[in-house]
Design a protein around this ligand. Structure first.
Ligand code: AMP
Ligand code: GLY
Length: 442
């Protein structure tokens, strides 16, 4: 099978790593890919992942059998529809189905209509009406922009003042904030259940827990995710069964009843409140960094499963898991999720790998060493300026830079080992959480 992977973050690196193990894989391309994905696929950087016509042309010219789409933007932008229109199979939902993530209002209304457990909500396009509603409900309360806002469109307001100013802040999200959702605050523990589906059959993957806040103890701003582990013990057998029977299956059936066949990965962001799961949000793609802990535990052939999702033949397949635990710690640029420096040399990856870590590149690039010039770069863990000895140097290029993953027989072992690996990696201003999985270890 000739495969094209769209995306270049940590999630896509994990997907590429897992896909590359399939005996069905023949040619493998990635757009844009990354220095990590280069180890598995030919990376093509001069095509935008927003340019459907160019992506379709590339897939046709290269006899691609399956396109796997990592990030939400191309899905919401109708890339799957464009590929299917010329007979190319794709893993991921069509444009209407991707509204599950692309429009909070679409997802909330679907859940309400089909009795899928979620927070109570109201939709507003008038800020004053929203504020009146908020005053009538009181805080804590949650205010959300309707459309995609790069993970920043949600404000969990602890008091009334914060809630009222959150309504005004929604304007800063452009058209995504034209309509807003005001939602009941759910007090509980979060978990992520990703599921593979062909629109009929659904395979929930092992439950994971993300750590969204930037600092230890869930303090600071929301990020894309600072680390994850799986399995998440908060999703015990009873909750897993409830998620499957009361959330995932009814959601796929509800979409079907609305004339929408959802194929790809459906990600349910859950809040476990008093022993029951409610939906916080749906995403139309794999989670990042959840994928970096879920895939290392999957024993089945992911490529075969994804092809079956795209082709509508998932019911013929099986999925199996190792009984290990996996943990991923994100190494982020200092300052993230606000502004941060780029082009900082990264050191220690080889050493971390020799200690057993899987390293997933989230925001890195390769530059010629001479482009960096001479910096006063000191690293206690390796030769000072050792990067200057090589012609090419790996540098930071994003807020989330690397994901360091370990799987081990127990979560305790995985956590101890992952932090030993993290400690040998260095770039200036590197920041990471030291309490990934701490809740599960208690
Ligand atoms: P979302 O983008 O909808 O997942 O929201 C981002 C984060 O905000 C979630 O991961 C939760 O931590 C929090 N959040 C969203 N909605 C609620 C809610 N109704 N109650 C409590 N926390 C929420
Ligand atoms: N880890 C959160 C997300 O992928 O949206």
């Amino acid at each position: 099978m000739n495969l094209l992977l769209i995306g270049g973050g940590g999630r896509e690196h994990a997907l590429a790593w897992k896909i590359s193990q399939s005996p069905f894989l023949e040619k493998f391309f990635a757009i844009p890919g990354s220095p990590g994905i280069k180890n598995f696929a030919e990376c093509v950087e001069n095509i935008s992942i927003e340019d459907n016509a160019a992506l379709v042309k590339f897939a046709a010219d290269n006899a691609i059998d399956l396109v796997v789409i990592g990030p939400e933007a191309p899905l919401v932008n109708g890339l799957v529809d464009a590929l299917n229109a010329v007979g190319i199979k794709a893993f991921g939902p069509t444009k209407v189905a991707a509204q599950m993530e692309g429009s909070k209002i679409f997802a909330k209304r679907l859940m309400k209509k089909y009795n899928i457990p979620t927070a109570e909500f109201e939709v507003f396009d008038n800020p004053d009406a929203a504020k009146n509603y908020i005053r009538s409900k009181g805080a804590p309360i949650v205010i959300k922009a309707d459309g995609l806002a790069a993970g920043k469109g949600v404000i969990v307001a602890q008091n009334l003042d914060e809630a009222l100013s959150a309504v005004d802040e929604m304007k800063t999200f452009g058209s995504a904030g034209n309509k807003i959702v005001v939602e009941e605050f759910m007090d509980g523990e979060e978990a992520s259940v990703l599921a593979l589906t062909d629109g009929e059959k659904i395979f929930p993957l092992i439950a994971a827990q993300d750590h969204k806040r930037v600092f230890d103890g869930d303090k600071g701003l929301n990020t894309g995710g600072m680390g994850a582990y799986a399995p998440a013990p908060i999703v015990d057998e009873k909750i897993a069964a409830q998620v499957e029977e009361k959330i995932l299956k009814p959601t796929i059936a509800a979409l079907k009843a609305e004339g929408i066949i959802y194929r790809g990965c459906l990600y349910a962001g859950l809040m476990i409140v008093d022993g029951t799961a409610k939906v916080v949000e749906f995403n139309c793609r794999f989670g990042d960094p959840e994928t970096q802990v879920v895939l290392p535990l999957m024993e089945s052939d992911l490529l075969e499963l994804m092809d079956a999702c795209a082709g509508g033949t998932l019911s013929d397949k099986k999925i199996s898991w190792s009984n290990q635990s996996a943990v991923c710690v994100i190494l982020a640029s200092g300052g993230y999720p606000k502004s941060y420096k780029k082009n900082l040399p990264i050191d220690g990856i080889t050493k971390a790998k020799s200690l057993g870590a899987m390293i997933f590149h989230a925001g890195t690039k390769i530059v010629r060493s001479e482009e960096l010039g001479v910096r006063s770069y000191k690293n206690q863990n390796s030769t000072p300026n050792s990067y200057l000895l090589t012609p090419n140097c790996l540098v930071t290029s994003g807020g989330r830079v690397l994901g360091v993953t370990i799987s081990a027989p127990t979560l305790r072992e995985a956590v101890d080992k992952v932090y030993r690996c993290v400690e040998v990696i260095h770039f200036d201003d590197m920041h990471y959480r030291k309490d990934i999985a701490a809740r599960a270890l208690k």
